[in-house]
Design a protein. Structure first.
Ligand code: NAD
Length: 320
């Protein structure tokens, strides 16, 4: 009998890649989404498969899934600042109530659950690179607090279900990830730069561009999540690419890749924007035997191809 897995946030960037991976591994996939930031096009190709079911549902409300479940991946949540600043209450609800509902379902079905946490739990980190033991530096009442604190609560309630109810839980702390099916207009640096290059606009860098990010290609991240789910490790694990680059250098890489004849312009840094972010992935290496395999040049090329092949209507689409 093949295993059955529920994936929340299935129509989003990461959720849709997870659906593909688990279908490929021979699982029955139950996908759930309310499309608040996702796009049904990301999973439409799976609809004809008998191993695939889709439920349109808001996971912040009670979740009912008929039949057994072996695993749950809770990925539903707005993930980019442009989204969670626009829908702050839904963001807080899906990280808290949505996680509570998923954990209750896991308990009921005796399923193992993995929740998608984030490097944002480290806030603007005072420790560099960030190990899982670092507790973070988050401003709870700053604009990003709605996301960061929802995810911190998510981790706390997940550990509580593990400790007090014996639910098998896994927590992945995801660092910046990129790849096909990101939205061009989601406000994150990489799609923003590529979108600007495709439209022939100048690339906007916030601040002086010295702030660093590390970007992980989506296939590498999915492999890390797959391994963590099947591991027996219940504490949080960082999954990300430790190769750091400044946003200014990154913008220059995008200019070279796309061949766009535009300039880089600078705008003021948003409030509470982290200055540095780099995962320490020692734990993932030791426990999961995982490390990223895709170099930035290769990952960026695949991502650029994806965006270039979208209709030009998509290049100009405004955020939802
Ligand atoms: P995304 O916005 O592309 O996908 C999120 C999906 O969740 C969307 O399809 C959206 O419609 C759905 N969703 C949101 N609220 C929902 C609700 N209440 N009920 C049902 N569905 C709902 O974002 P993503 O980049 O794919 O992120 C997925 C998860 O990974 C999120 O939990 C996010 O916090 C986490 N994460 C992502 C990154 C990254 O770099 N992409 C980094 C850290 C953490």
């Amino acid at each position: 009998m093949s295993k059955r897995i529920l994936i929340t946030g299935a129509a989003g960037f990461l959720g849709s890649h997870l659906c593909d991976r688990f279908i490929k591994e021979g699982y029955q996939v139950v996908a759930m989404d309310n499309l608040i930031t996702g796009d049904i096009k990301n999973i439409e190709h799976l609809f004809p498969l008998k191993e695939f079911e889709y439920y349109h549902h808001d996971v912040s409300k009670f979740i009912h899934v008929p039949g057994n479940l072996d695993y749950i991946l809770h990925f539903a949540s707005p993930a980019s600042p442009i989204d969670y600043l626009k829908i702050p209450i839904q963001t807080l609800k899906v990280g808290s109530l949505g996680t509570h509902n998923c954990l209750g379902l896991a308990k009921d079905k005796k399923a193992r659950i993995l929740v998608a946490s984030t490097s944002e739990v480290y806030g603007d980190p005072a420790v560099h690179p960030q190990t899982e033991e670092y507790w973070g530096n988050v401003n709870p009442v700053g604009p990003r607090g709605v996301y960061d604190e929802a995810k911190r609560f998510q981790e706390a309630i997940t550990m509580a279900y593990h400790t007090y109810h014996g639910v098998e839980t896994r927590i992945v702390r995801i660092f910046n990830t990129y790849g096909p099916r990101m939205r061009l207009n989601d406000g994150r640096a990489l799609p923003a730069f590529i979108g600007q290059a495709l439209r022939g606009e100048d690339l906007t860098v916030f601040g002086d561009g010295s702030q660093t990010r590390s970007f992980c290609y989506v296939d590498d991240l999915i492999e890390g999540i797959y391994r963590l789910l099947l591991s027996d490790y219940a504490m949080p694990v960082n999954i990300g690419n430790p190769h750091e680059i400044s946003l200014k250098d990154f913008a220059e890489e995008i200019l070279k890749l796309t061949g766009a004849s535009v300039k880089i312009t600078y705008k003021p840094l948003p409030v509470d924007d982290p200055k540095q972010r780099q995962p320490d992935i020692t734990k993932a290496k030791n426990i999961l035997g995982w490390e990223p395999k895709t170099g930035r040049a290769e990952g960026l090329k695949k991502t650029y191809e994806y965006f270039k092949n979208l209709s030009s209507e998509e290049w100009y689409k405004l955020p939802k």
